[in-house]
Design a protein around this ligand. Structure first.
Ligand code: A3P
Length: 293
């Protein structure tokens, strides 16, 4: 069943984190200025989509030794970008001084089969950050984002139950479901990169209390301790932690943490049941468990 647009729900999603690959990219190439030069990334947040990738990037950006590419670059997963070559990729990076680490995030990398080998070919020493959250919640968040984008473009949409279930069973072809099968995607990365080069961040824990996750990420990136609890405050209006730096407050934009689209209880339970085995396989791969549904 297709539904027509409820006009009141229309909100245009202007978040950089959910931008399409081609936008907000600067045309400059490998320039240097007083802030340093543009270097290829030392570390990449590879996913997962809707896992908290923007929050992790912005939080790591609080560190003086970290410089981040603000926009998602989509270099390794979008052929048009990949064909532009390394000079173009480097031109998307921030300016850094010696000793500063360059970080980019593109959540689309995690599930794209061609990406691990391409990253390895560029930099076999790259450090990879993977932020995961409860894959059932992630799926609903993924659907909600697509829904908002469709509403903004005045396109019809289908309710989540219709996309998720086929004849009463979870439909394995539903793309948002496939993106939640973390073990499948991680297996491809582990064919290429050693486990020690992939740091798993608990996205649900990052929401509850960002500091401990940031501390572990700093350690993984071999950064001196800098980020502390003083860098975060809980914003009860937003319902999330926001960032504090040099007296300035910064919350993520409204596309992060918006109310999720509804999914009926039975369908949600079917989804959790379906995900139980993939989740266990993922836990075995990463050597830890998460309290997911
Ligand atoms: P929801 O919108 O489903 O709540 P990404 O940046 O990868 O698209 O992830 C978006 C998710 O980041 C949001 O999902 C939200 O839960 C999570 N998040 C984590 N920390 C956050 C923070 N401090 N502020 C806002 N959202 C945060």
């Amino acid at each position: 069943m297709l539904r027509t647009l409820p006009v009141l729900l229309l909100t245009v999603n202007l978040a950089v984190g959910s931008s399409s690959p081609g936008d907000v990219l600067s045309p400059s190439y490998n320039k240097s200025n007083s802030s340093g030069v543009q270097r290829l990334p030392d570390a990449i947040i590879i996913g997962v989509r809707k896992g908290g990738t923007r929050a992790l990037l912005e939080m790591l950006n609080l560190h003086p030794d970290v410089k981040v590419a603000k926009a998602e670059v989509h270099y390794f997963n979008v052929e048009d970008h990949y064909k532009r070559g390394l000079a173009w990729y480097r031109s998307q990076m921030p300016f850094t001084k010696p000793g500063q680490l360059t970080l980019e995030k593109t959540p689309g990398y995690f599930a794209a089969p061609q990406v691990p080998a391409r990253v390895w070919a560029l930099n076999p020493a790259a450090r990879l950050l993977l932020i995961v959250r409860d894959p059932a919640e992630r799926l609903v968040s993924d659907y909600t984002q697509v829904l908002h984008n469709r509403l903004a473009r005045r396109k019809p949409y289908r309710p989540l139950e219709e996309l998720l279930l086929c004849k009463g069973h979870v439909d394995p072809d539903y793309k948002a479901l496939q993106r939640s099968l973390y073990h499948r995607h991680l297996a491809r990365w582990l064919e290429v990169f050693p486990r020690e080069q992939i740091h798993v961040v608990d996205g649900d824990a990052l929401v509850r209390d960002p500091y401990p996750e940031l501390r572990q990420a700093e350690r993984f990136l071999e950064l001196p301790t800098h980020i502390g609890p003083q860098n975060f405050y809980y914003n009860s209006t937003k319902g999330f932690y926001c960032l504090l730096e040099a007296g300035r407050e910064k919350c993520l934009d409204q596309s992060k943490g918006r109310p999720h689209a509804p999914l009926d209880g039975l369908a949600f339970r079917k989804l959790c049941h379906y995900l139980a085995k993939p989740n266990r396989l993922f836990f075995d791969m990463v050597g830890r468990t998460f309290s997911w549904c």
